[in-house]
Design a protein around this ligand. Structure first.
Ligand SMILES: *[C@@H]1O[C@H](CO)[C@@H](O)[C@H](O)[C@H]1NC(C)=O
Ligand SMILES: *[C@@H]1O[C@H](CO)[C@@H](O)[C@H](O)[C@H]1NC(C)=O
Ligand SMILES: *[C@@H]1O[C@H](CO)[C@@H](O)[C@H](O)[C@H]1NC(C)=O
Ligand SMILES: *[C@@H]1O[C@H](CO)[C@@H](O)[C@H](O)[C@H]1NC(C)=O
Length: 249
């Protein structure tokens, strides 16, 4: 289990010429209220991103599983005790039943108690049924991961990324890339105009979550692979309904 924490936040500023690279930018504090920071207990302590899709559920990547997970909502700087933060232990860790490394990398976390929806804590919408992202669309990813190969950050950063043709990821990842359940993200021509958010973070297109940061090459270069949420909608809906009926005491 390789902790996929690669977090390169690079941004190609749309106002500059291609080739000029600037770092991914820090977001305005609490402007992405759906973002969840996951503190994960595994052999090696690790972190991931995730996002609130229901008062009781966070969606993330299955490779973020551990023996115990705590979710922090309403955070900007995860080292600080901000008044907006809600720290909630995870009651149930529910990876997709068909998960294998690099395959079906999606997981639901049922929270021990309901998140309180506030200005700093809110839900992110799932894709509409049948809705698909198309190459050329520009979406954003946020995360608390590294802002370059060697630099970590405690503050939430975000970057814009362009959806790629499937062939870009087939060329780079061969048969590890499956276009029925994955999205190819980040323009390879733009060098580091890409970013890999903390694993588990959402790819947000037109205010809906379409992808989940899954994997990429260790060098942090684009394109990278995200889980295609629209392929898992029936499982997400069924699972949330089922476990809502078995609420923890
Ligand atoms: C791409 O990144 C490499 C190292 O990461 C750097 O040396 C090179 O100058 C970059 N190329 C462009 C076009 O920015
Ligand atoms: C934990 O870290 C050690 C040393 O970096 C590494 O050898 C080991 O494979 C890691 N374990 C897991 C489960 O990732
Ligand atoms: C990261 O650190 C390694 C080892 O210290 C160094 O060789 C490398 O050039 C650094 N990379 C960047 C992008 O700063
Ligand atoms: C996946 O790729 C195949 C072959 O290029 C294509 O026929 C199919 O429509 C693609 N599926 C999706 C969901 O994009």
């Amino acid at each position: 289990m390789r902790p996929l924490l690669l977090l390169m936040a690079f941004l190609l500023d749309p106002r500059t010429q291609a080739g000029e690279i600037i770092e991914g930018h820090e977001v305005k504090p609490h402007s992405r209220p759906y973002m969840a920071f996951l503190r994960i207990k595994t052999v090696n302590r690790t972190r991931c991103g995730g996002f609130l899709v229901h008062e009781n559920f966070v969606l993330t990547a299955a490779h973020c599983q551990g023996s115990f997970i705590t979710v922090i909502l309403g955070a900007h700087n995860i080292r600080k005790h901000e008044k907006t933060q809600q720290v909630i232990p995870v009651e149930r860790i529910i990876p997709y039943p068909g998960y294998r490394p690099k395959v079906n990398d999606i997981m639901l976390l049922q929270l021990r108690r309901k998140a309180k929806l506030t200005a700093a804590v809110g839900l992110l919408k799932l894709p509409r049924r049948g809705q698909q992202v198309k190459p050329g669309m520009v979406c954003s990813v946020a995360g608390w991961g590294r802002v370059d190969l060697n630099t970590t950050t405690d503050k939430l950063h975000e970057v814009q990324l362009e959806i790629q043709e499937d062939r870009q990821c087939r060329a780079r990842y061969r048969s590890s890339f499956r276009n029925d359940t994955q999205i190819c993200v980040g323009d390879p021509k733009k060098n580091q105009s890409t970013f890999s958010g903390d694993s588990g973070g959402p790819l947000v297109c037109d205010k809906r979550a379409q992808g989940i940061v899954a994997f990429g090459k260790k060098d942090g270069k684009p394109p990278r692979v995200e889980t295609k949420i629209s392929s898992f909608l029936p499982w997400i809906e069924k699972t949330m309904k089922r476990f809502q009926l078995h609420r923890p005491d």
